[in-house]
Design a protein around this ligand. Structure first.
Ligand SMILES: [Zn+2]
Length: 270
């Protein structure tokens, strides 16, 4: 569930973070940089800037609407698309990948920031834990996503519209895919759905940790977040890795043993 180069490392960048984020932005296929030079070179006429911004806003809303439609077609029943176009684009791309890989798509998704702001205490705790694990600074960062499940209704995926989705990849995970957090939460959802008739059993998994042999292998190939947290986090991280652009042909066989042992989500048979 954790991001990102934006997390806590602002003072230790070897290049200016803005340059770095531009580089990351340009990696996205559909990204078109805003033409800042237009605004500046137009002799200071404020109308031009206002009109230009207006056009951009209409374009953005249309794009968000289009993405909502695609997600609904893929199987999302309750959707709050939010106002972060970077997140929406990644969500669309991630869910297309999930569907293509023959998994169900989560049915309830909310892109917002209120949930994350209300849970500042959770963030503070996580931050403390991460810095204790030695991989995360204590600077400013945000949780990109969370799954909430009361064991009765279908779990809800929350994604943080105030997270910096341009910078995407995880410092706690050896995965460079910007969609990592979206895949991770989807992995939780699919894992939970396997226990929808027995939520107690899933709760039980939340108390199990890997043994030290497994931790070593998982840490080496998947990442610290996967190795140092209870089994559901390991499964979500492995799932995210399997969905991502990274190759998994060189993963240690023990990764697959762990994944099957704890009932990791498998693609639907044709
Ligand atoms: Zn998680």
């Amino acid at each position: 569930m954790l991001n990102s180069e934006s997390i806590g490392f602002r003072n230790s960048y070897s290049v200016h973070p803005y340059n770095k984020s531009l580089k990351a932005l340009n990696k996205h296929k559909n990204y078109r940089p805003i033409q800042r030079s237009n605004e500046i070179s137009f002799n200071g006429n404020i109308n031009f800037i206002l009109i230009n911004k207006g056009v951009q806003a209409v374009g953005k809303n249309q794009e968000l609407k289009h993405i909502s439609n695609v997600l609904k077609t893929l199987g999302v029943k309750e959707l709050e698309i939010g106002d972060n176009l970077d997140l929406a684009k990644l969500l669309k791309s991630a869910m297309l990948q999930v569907k293509k890989s023959r998994f169900d798509v989560p049915t309830r998704i909310k892109c917002e920031s209120a949930f994350f702001e209300e849970n500042k205490a959770v963030q503070a705790n996580l931050r403390k834990m991460m810095s204790k694990q030695g991989t995360m600074g204590v600077g400013e960062w945000s949780i990109p996503g969370v799954v909430k499940w009361n064991g009765l209704n279908e779990p809800v995926l929350y994604f943080n519209t105030k997270n910096n989705w341009n910078l995407g990849n995880g410092v706690l995970s050896k995965n460079q895919d910007s969609r990592h957090a979206i895949f991770h939460e989807t992995g939780h959802w699919l894992h939970m759905m396997k226990y929808k008739n027995n939520p107690q059993m899933f709760k039980y998994l939340e108390n199990i940790e890997l043994d030290s042999y497994q931790k070593g292998i998982v840490n080496d190939t998947i990442g610290t977040y996967a190795s140092e947290n209870p089994v559901p986090e390991t499964i979500a991280e492995i799932f995210a890795r399997l969905m991502s652009k990274e190759s998994y042909s060189n993963l240690h066989p023990e990764i697959f043993n762990i994944y099957t042992k704890y009932n990791g989500p498998m693609p639907k048979k044709i």
